[in-house]
Design a protein around this ligand. Structure first.
Ligand code: MN
Length: 193
C-alpha cells in the first residue's frame, strides 16, 4: 500500500477518534458508506479524489490534511516522500498540493489535472469556504450557480464553495488549473460574538 493511503487511513482514524464519531456517524456526515470508510481505515482500499473530498467536507477539514504525514504519532515509513501526490483511482483526476493547508492563513493550494472530457462535481463545502480557480494549461469549465463557465488558459474566477460546484475538461487535451481554497476561521467567529 502506498504511503499516501497510510496517511489517509491514519488521519481518518485519528479524526474519528478525536470527534468520538462511530463509523455510522462518519458515514452519515460524509455520505460515504460505512463499509468504504472501514476499508479506507484498514488500508484495504484507496479512496478516489471524489470520495476523499466527500470525507474532508463531512469532517469540515481541509482536503490536504489527509495527505500530510500524521499530525501526531508515527506510522511506518513516515519518511517516505510519496506524500504530496494523490490521484483518482481511475487516474482521470490528479490533485497535488502546492501549499498544504496553512493554519494561520487558512488556505490550501492545489494543482489539479483533468483528463480530456472528465467531469468532477464537488460536494458543497462548509459555509464561508471560497475557491479561486486559475487555468494554467488547456481549457476548464467551472460549474457555479448551475451554469458552466468556460475558462481559457490564464483566466480565473472565484466562487462561494458552500454551493454545489464542479469542474470539467471540455477539450481533448489535459486541462490543468490551480485551486486556492480559503477556509473560514471558526474560532475567530466565535470570539467576535
Ligand atoms: Mn470544491
Amino acid at each position: 500500500m502506498k504511503q499516501i493511503s497510510k496517511n489517509i487511513a491514519f488521519n481518518l482514524r485519528l479524526l474519528r477518534k478525536e470527534r468520538a464519531w462511530s463509523l455510522d456517524k462518519a458515514a452519515h456526515e460524509t455520505g460515504v458508506s460505512k463499509a468504504m470508510l472501514g476499508q479506507i481505515e484498514r488500508e484495504e482500499s484507496s479512496p478516489t479524489v471524489a470520495t476523499l473530498w466527500k470525507i474532508a467536507t463531512g469532517f469540515k477539514v481541509p482536503f490536504s490534511s489527509f495527505l500530510e504525514k500524521p499530525r501526531i504519532g508515527k506510522t511506518p515509513d513516515s519518511e517516505n516522500k510519496d506524500t504530496q501526490l494523490f490521484h483518482s483511482a481511475d487516474g482521470k483526476m490528479r490533485v497535488d498540493p502546492i501549499f498544504p493547508f496553512d493554519q494561520k492563513l487558512r488556505f490550501e493550494m492545489f494543482v489539479i489535472q483533468l483528463l480530456p472530457h472528465y467531469e468532477h462535481l464537488s460536494p458543497p463545502h462548509e459555509k464561508g469556504v471560497v475557491e479561486h480557480v486559475v487555468v494554467v494549461a488547456g481549457e476548464i469549465e467551472v460549474l457555479m450557480d448551475g451554469i458552466w463557465k468556460s475558462l481559457k488558459c490564464g483566466e480565473g474566477l472565484h466562487f462561494d464553495a458552500h454551493k454545489p460546484h464542479g469542474y470539467r475538461n471540455p477539450a481533448s487535451e489535459i486541462g490543468t488549473f490551480h485551486d486556492i481554497i480559503h477556509y473560514p476561521d471558526r474560532q475567530q467567529k466565535i470570539l467576535k460574538k
